[in-house]
Structure formats: structure tokens, C-alpha cells
Design a protein around this ligand. Structure first.
Ligand code: 5GP
Ligand code: MN
Length: 342
């Protein structure tokens, strides 16, 4: 059994041509890179390197420790730390791929550099409503993850045979993290077919799971305990829960980048809770980061767009607020009263 080709023939031909002509490739993802962002960029980089290309992953800022096992992650260039080198690479690239984001605003200061670059630009993503800043677009919001788009593209280009185990490990990790271990989001029959094709390349899926989920620091686990015991507020009449964290609280638990990842999902484990919000002070900028998750038909993305300048998917979205944490909480409380429950 093979997975279906979901792309139009002309787009695949164009991508093949762009790849065959290009030599220097830069693969970029959104700020605050998650498993899918790193998995898709590194997965694509492995594929391009197997074709003999020069491929560099450039990320806007730090990524969490629990993703540092990904093959070649030590070669990733951080734009915020090595700006000169990153700018040079972006300016010199034959091809820049925008992966796991749909707008240049999601890559912070890297956005203007990408906009300015003369490289051919290719979007590979699964977020709704992509902006038009690329020459060639593979935007597939109906798919589980950008990693799934990457895998399907490589198969469509006839590249499955040269796909290495390292590439497959990155791709699997992104599919796994974006779907909560294949428990939500579009986990179609074909997702499992893809997993099977990745397993044919001898990935060790249990090892990948352990690297990502059983790899917390002590601070992170204690932060989880603190958050659930002391910080979670439940609004039973709205089937909702709210967690807030200040900069001071994160510092108390030796906060590392990525330590708050996944906290927003936990309240959904409670009976009768379908909507969960997490508001935290950003550790660097004067802004409140907003993460929203839901189950069923509650549209997190509409909530994020209406109250927190954001958006995203139906069940997972985010945004930000340019004020204090207390103000953000007040907005959230008022929004709960106003927002129609499905
Ligand atoms: P997270 O809660 O993990 O930061 O974000 C979950 C999802 O929400 C992301 O995958 C992305 O689709 C969306 N998202 C997060 N922040 C923003 C934002 O500021 N604007 C928009 N449009 N979407 C966001
Ligand atoms: Mn993603």
C-alpha cells in the first residue's frame, strides 16, 4: 500500500526543478521552535544533504533541550545568537524554505531578511491562511503536521528510497509532537501508513518518545506540580480552565526554554473541561504569551483572534497581549462570559 499523492503534478515538477538547480539551501521555522518545526526543517535538510546539497537550518531563537537529540540539531544556526552568519546564509541561499509557519511575522527579526533575499522561496506548512511571500506554496492545513507535508513531498518527488533513518526520526518526532502522540488532530489512516513507512527505515519510535517525553528536568516536573496545585483555576460553568505564570515563578523553577510546553494540555484531562488557556509572561519581551487548547468544536483560533491578536488551529492556537498578566487575565474572564460556547 502506498500513500496517495495529494499535490498537483506541476507543483511537484517545479519543486524538483528548484531542488535540482539549487545548491545552497536554507531551511527556516517559526520562533520558539517546537517538535514539528525542528523535525520538518531537519528532516528536509537530511533529504537535501542526501542529494548532495548544502542545507542549513536557521531558527529565530532557542529550541527546547528535549529536542536536542535530533540528528544534526547541533548544526542549527540561531538567528538571535549568530545574526551575521544567519543573514549571510539567507542572502546567499539559492533556496529558502519557510517551514511550519504561514507568515513572516512568526519568524521575528528574520522576517525582513527572508523578504529581502533573492532566493527562490518555498512554503511548506500546515497552518491556515498562509500569507503570500513565497514563490511556491505547499500549504496543507488538513494534514497533521508540517513533517507529514515534508514526508509526502519527498515521496511525491520519488525520494523515499534515499531517505535516511536520521531524516525519518526527525519527521516522526514532528508528527508525534503535533498530534499529542497521535491522539488528536487529523490522524488519518494515511498517517499510520506513513508511520509504517518510517518504521521500514528502522526508526526506533519508543526511543524517540522517551527522548521527547521522559526527559524532563526536575524543575520542569516540579513546575508542573506547582502549576496544577497552586495556579490552575477552573471555571466549571464554562467547561474551562486557566493557568498563569509570571517571570518570577518561572525563574523559581529554573525555567528552561520549552519547560512550559504542554502545560496547557493538562487541564483537558479533567472531566468536563473542554477549553484550556495558559497565559505567561515572556522571559525576554514585555508581552504576555497566550496558548489555547480545546477538545471538540470549541474554536480556539477564533477566541485567540478575537481577544489575543492570534490565531491557529481549531483545537490549538495562540496569540499575545501587550499589557500586564493581570490585564490579560481580566480579558480572558470577560471573554469567557462573552464567547459563545458551542
Ligand atoms: P502554542 O500554544 O504551541 O504556542 O501555539 C499553538 C498554535 O497556535 C501554533 O501552532 C500556531 O498555529 C498558533 N499560534 C500561536 N501563536 C500564534 C500567533 O501569535 N498568531 C497566530 N496566528 N497563530 C499563533
Ligand atoms: Mn506544526
Amino acid at each position: 500500500m502506498m500513500i496517495k499523492n495529494i499535490f498537483c503534478e506541476a507543483d511537484i515538477e517545479q519543486l524538483k526543478e528548484i531542488i535540482s538547480i539549487g545548491h545552497v539551501f536554507v531551511l527556516t521555522c517559526h520562533a520558539g521552535p517546537d517538535g514539528d518545526a525542528l523535525g520538518s526543517t531537519l528532516g528536509m535538510a537530511h533529504y537535501l544533504k542526501a542529494l548532495g546539497k548544502e542545507a542549513t537550518v536557521i531558527v529565530p531563537d532557542a529550541f527546547p533541550d528535549f529536542l536536542a537529540w535530533m540528528p544534526d540539531s547541533q548544526e542549527i544556526v540561531r538567528f538571535d545568537k549568530h545574526r551575521d552568519m544567519a543573514e549571510l546564509l539567507i542572502a546567499m541561499a539559492d533556496v529558502v524554505m519557510a517551514m511550519d509557519y504561514n507568515a513572516l511575522s512568526r519568524v521575528d527579526d528574520m522576517g525582513p531578511m527572508i523578504a529581502k533575499s533573492k532566493a527562490k522561496k518555498v512554503l511548506v506548512d500546515h497552518h491556515l491562511h498562509p500569507d503570500t511571500f513565497c514563490d511556491l506554496n505547499f500549504s496543507h492545513p488538513q494534514l497533521s503536521s508540517t513533517c507529514e507535508v515534508v514526508f509526502r513531498l519527498i515521496v511525491a518527488m520519488g525520494g523515499y528510497d534515499i531517505l535516511t533513518k536520521a531524516a525519518c526520526e526527525c519527521i516522526y518526532a514532528g508528527m508525534m509532537t503535533d498530534t499529542g502522540c497521535f491522539s488528536y488532530g487529523p490522524c488519518t489512516q494515511e498517517v499510520y501508513l506513513i508511520i509504517s513507512m518510517l518504521m521500514q527505515k528502522e526508526i526506533n519510535k519508543d526511543r524517540i518518545y522517551n527522548k521527547v517525553f521522559n526527559n524532563y528536568s526536575e524543575g520542569r516536573l516540579r513546575l508542573m506540580g506547582y502549576v496544577l496545585y497552586e495556579k490552575m483555576r477552573v471555571f466549571p460553568e464554562y467547561h474551562a480552565a486557566l493557568i498563569t505564570l509570571s517571570r518570577e515563578e518561572m525563574a523559581r523553577f529554573d525555567f528552561n526554554k520549552g519547560d512550559t510546553e504542554g502545560l496547557v494540555n493538562i487541564p483537558l484531562q479533567m472531566k468536563g473541561i473542554y477549553f484550556s488557556a495558559f497565559l505567561r509572561e515572556d522571559t525576554e519581551k514585555d508581552v504576555i504569551r497566550v496558548s489555547l487548547r480545546s477538545q471538540g468544536t470549541f474554536p480556539c483560533n477564533k477566541f485567540a483572534a478575537q481577544y489575543f491578536n492570534g490565531g491557529g488551529h481549531l483545537n490549538a492556537s495562540g496569540g499575545q497581549y501587550g499589557g500586564t498578566l493581570q490585564e490579560a487575565v481580566q480579558i480572558f474572564e470577560k471573554a469567557l462570559e462573552e464567547f459563545p460556547m458551542p
